[in-house]
Write a protein that binds this ligand. Structure first.
Ligand SMILES: Nc1ncnc2c1ncn2[C@@H]1O[C@H](COP(=O)(O)OP(=O)(O)OP(=O)(O)O)[C@@H](O)[C@H]1O
Ligand SMILES: Nc1nc2c(c(=O)[nH]1)N=C(CO)CN2
Length: 204
């Protein structure tokens, strides 16, 4: 399967396969896209630590990683953006047999174990991991919304993602490559700068 091959079938929550006999693993594999960002401390180190930790346990298989981007802090129009430094952002593609809630648990555990600092909404943080898509799964639960409800407007997600999967569709919003181009037109080219001098190692 290639990185742009999103063939996972749509699952509404009430159609999820019975997982009781599979030790928390699903019978089907889903291609997932994760967005990682850091703008506090050693930003590149934080991202590397998160990449390694994500794939440290069974259930998530690495597929591809975007280049590293340096990005201006972004908040939706109308939201106050506290003073803070630029982010480093990447996007990861992976395959998983975990159910969405288990992947979210892994993500939150890693954020917590890295002593994530985030005191105010839209404020700086050592590490932020968002689940952008989980196959074609659509979910609207209090603690998990899929696809991520704001990803289609975020150049810091779309531009790195478009480098590795430009033809994938983000829910009803359209092609990732087109969304990335629109986000760059909106935010200006300086808001998202590729940093080819900064490299991350794929997980061991
Ligand atoms: N698709 C998703 N990926 C990650 N977290 C999600 C998702 N949908 C809902 N959440 C919930 O969002 C909660 C808060 O996330 P977080 O503090 O990272 O928000 P944020 O980074 O400030 O803003 P944003 O959600 O816009 O990126 C998490 O505890 C999680 O339960
Ligand atoms: N540039 C950039 N801006 C952000 C980021 C991020 O990762 N990069 N994360 C946010 C909350 O998820 C809010 N704003």
């Amino acid at each position: 399967m290639t990185a742009s091959d999103h063939k996972a079938s749509a699952h509404q929550p009430d159609q999820m396969p019975d997982r009781t006999a599979t030790g928390g693993h699903m019978l089907v594999s889903h291609r997932v896209v994760l967005s990682l960002g850091s703008n506090l401390g050693d930003r590149l180190d934080n991202l590397q630590e998160a990449v390694d930790a994500l794939f440290d346990a069974p259930g998530l298989d690495y597929v591809a990683m975007s280049p590293v981007y340096e990005t201006a802090p972004f908040a939706p129009p109308g939201e106050e953006l506290p003073e803070q430094g630029d982010y480093l952002n990447i996007v990861l593609v992976a395959d998983t047999r975990l159910p969405p809630e288990n992947l979210l648990e892994r993500v939150l555990n890693i954020e917590n174990s890295m002593r994530r600092v985030r005191e105010v909404r839209w404020g700086p943080r050592t590490l932020d991991i968002d689940i952008v898509i989980f196959g074609d799964v659509v979910l609207d639960e209090p603690d998990l919304t899929l696809p991520h409800p704001r990803a289609h407007q975020r150049a810091f997600v779309l531009v790195p993602w478009a480098d590795i999967e430009p033809d994938v569709l983000l829910g009803d919003h359209g092609r990732v490559g087109d969304l990335a181009a629109a986000a760059v037109r909106e935010g200006g080219p300086d808001a998202v700068r590729r940093r080819d001098d900064l490299t991350l190692q794929p997980p061991a």
